[in-house]
Write a protein that binds this ligand. Structure first.
Ligand SMILES: Cc1ncc(C[n+]2csc(CCOP(=O)(O)OP(=O)(O)O)c2C)c(N)n1
Ligand SMILES: [Mg+2]
Length: 578
């Protein structure tokens, strides 16, 4: 702290309760920050990811003294934001706490990713006191210019709604922020000056808003969908990733069953409905799709987008598909779009409930079941991508959470059919490497009844691997599978010249990481052959503690889809010179 900083603890300065003698808050919180924390706990959040800092002490203290929510310390704010994103994907919402400027700015990439991928993270930041702001003090974590609003504006960009809290606006602003964040299922940024945080909240009458459809609009939207459905000779449904975020997987399955039409998924929705479902038409990835899947999707007269799918360069293999947007009926989180017509104020869950009542006149689609992919290779063989991903697919069991990093892994695993009741988490659109390692912590903590499996490349893992320490510290037991292929293979593949030095990495001893980071009881292995991999995966599955397997792969041994991407550099990057 600099000499300009607040030297007394906020508790002492404002004569408030300290942690030791504080009453646990139980809904009738007294201070602004106790109110904020309890209000977020009321949303079902039981953990707050973060890194403390003096301006954020009031937030951290309020979390510590609240009996309903626990502090989960992370190694840095970026990891914390990824962990919060992972947690929110499982639980519906998460809390992230960082300190003014230096903390919140480190978290921004992760919170932006949550915004892009519609994951509801409440980012709560403590800022210098209003008293100090008013007199433009030169405080640490600023440019020394007495200006305090510039970082608020930056963090607000990563959220769909934000509020600067004071005692008088606190109750009303919290309702506005929560409602808006839930409406969009995107992050909210809540920032509170230290003195306001500790001041008593001004009691205000509010009622939490229930997000409901406008009945007239809903009726019209459903009638319009019904008309399109009746008139179409062929329909394909795309359940969107947003349904998993809103935990509407069952509801969308019921709607699709009532419609009787085939459904396809992109990688962002993989496993959102069991892949053994008779109406599953396969993974759609533009020209990389199976021929049958491509026909069903691209020839359908009506494409029913349920939740707002993201047909981006990654999900369509560089826009290699032929999808006509005029055939789309798009059901968003809050509206339905059919051509130029928009029906506003219509909630996705209500539309799904209405679709579930449909009686399909046509015979339901039933696919011909396929053979499971073979698991190949002999025990003494080196590990190839061909043998690796089929093994991973066979290893993944019903009840698993799989967190998949972008890189060669996000092209290798998705073409494999996976077991029923698997939850697959991927950050396909934002694609910030390192996300999966951080998110694994959040997913594992949010969902202790499922085993969480991380599949990542070693280059991505290097960004956030220090979070392994906290995975052990908080008693989670993930299975971590790290492909060590001597660098950024996906980048080597996407360039005419694979050997630029910038795709090389420091040669870590990956399998030593858990021990160095405090996870002494974890199973660890470094495997080079199929036999070693099989034995390590068996031990990992049997272990009650975490497990970490470093898998040695070939430097240029790439999954098929990656080789294809190499032929589409122009579509991906807009020029031949990638
Ligand atoms: C934060 C961030 N930095 C850089 C990139 C660019 N990038 C995308 S994939 C990748 C390399 C991934 O390498 P690795 O995890 O080792 O996977 P591999 O393809 O080798 O299996 C990089 C650097 C990114 N997507 N995100
Ligand atoms: Mg690599």
């Amino acid at each position: 702290m600099s000499s300009q900083a607040e030297v007394q603890t906020p508790e002492a300065r404002y004569n408030l309760e300290t942690k030791e003698n504080a009453e646990p808050s139980t809904g009738k919180a007294t201070s602004v920050i106790d109110y904020i924390v309890q209000r977020l706990a009321d949303e079902g959040i039981t953990d707050c990811f973060g890194v403390p800092g003096d301006y954020a002490f009031p937030v951290c203290d309020a979390v510590e003294r609240n009996p309903n929510i626990r502090w989960v310390g992370c190694s840095n704010e970026l990891n914390a934001s990824y962990a919060a994103d992972g947690y929110a994907r499982v639980r519906g919402a998460a809390m992230l706490s960082t300190t003014y400027a230096v903390g919140e700015l480190s978290a921004i990439n992760g919170v932006m990713g949550a915004k892009a991928e519609r994951s509801l993270v409440y980012h709560v930041v403590g800022m210098p006191s209003y008293q100090n702001q008013r007199v433009h003090k030169k405080l640490h974590h600023t440019f020394g210019d007495g200006v305090f609003g510039n970082f608020v504006n930056i963090s607000a960009q990563a959220a769909c709604v934000h509020a600067v809290i004071d005692p008088d606006n606190c109750v009303i602003e919290m309702e506005r922020v929560i409602t808006e964040a839930r409406r969009n299922n995107q992050p909210a940024y809540i920032v509170v000056p230290g003195d306001y945080a500790l001041a008593p909240v001004t009691p205000t009458e509010v009622r939490p808003v229930t997000l409901k459809s406008n009945p007239a609009s809903l009726e019209k939207a459903v009638a319009a969908i019904a008309e399109r459905v009746r008139g179409a000779k062929s329909i394909v449904a795309f359940p969107a990733f947003t349904l998993a975020r809103l935990r509407l997987q069952k509801e969308v399955r019921q709607a699709i069953e009532a419609l009787g039409c085939p459904f396809a998924t992109t990688t962002m929705e993989k496993c959102i409905i069991d892949e053994s479902h008779p109406q599953f038409a396969g993974l759609y990835a533009g020209a990389l799709s199976a021929e049958k899947t491509r026909q069903i999707v691209e020839d359908a007269e009506l494409v029913l987008d349920l939740g707002g799918i993201s047909l981006n360069d990654e999900t369509t293999a560089g826009f290699s598909g032929r999808l006509d947007s005029a055939r789309f009926v798009s059901v968003g989180l809050n509206d339905v779009r059919i051509g130029e017509q928009v029906f506003g104020n219509v909630r996705l869950a209500d539309v799904l409930a209405a679709l579930a009542q449909f009686k399909s006149p046509a015979l339901p689609y039933r696919r011909t079941p396929e053979q499971a992919q073979p698991v190949n290779g002999k025990p003494a063989d080196k590990i190839t991508m061909d043998s690796l991903y089929s093994r991973y697919a066979a290893f993944i069991r019903p009840g698993d959470n799989v967190v998949l990093e972008t890189g060669s892994a996000s092209l290798g695993l998705p073409p494999m059919t996976l077991a029923d009741d698997v939850r697959l988490h991927i950050q396909m659109l934002w694609g910030s490497i390192g996300w999966a390692t951080g998110a694994t912590f959040g997913v594992a903590l949010a969902d202790p009844n499922r085993r969480t499996i991380l599949i990542t490349g070693e280059g991505s893992h290097q960004l956030t691997a220090n979070e392994i320490g906290n995975m052990g510290r908080y008693g989670t037991n993930p299975i971590i599978l790290v492909l060590n292929n001597d660098g950024y293979m996906v980048e080597r593949a996407l360039e005419p010249y694979p050997d630029w030095s910038y795709n090389d990495l420091a040669k870590w001893r990956y399998a030593d990481l858990p021990r160095a980071l405090g996870c002494a009881d974890w199973i660890t292995a470094r495997v080079e052959t199929i036999g070693e991999l099989d034995a390590a995966m068996k031990a990992a599955r049997e272990s009650r503690s975490g497990a970490y397997i470093e898998v040695i792969g070939g430097r240029m041994d790439m999954p098929k889809a990656l080789a294809f991407a190499h032929t589409r550099i122009k579509e991906l990057y807009g020029s031949d010179a990638a």
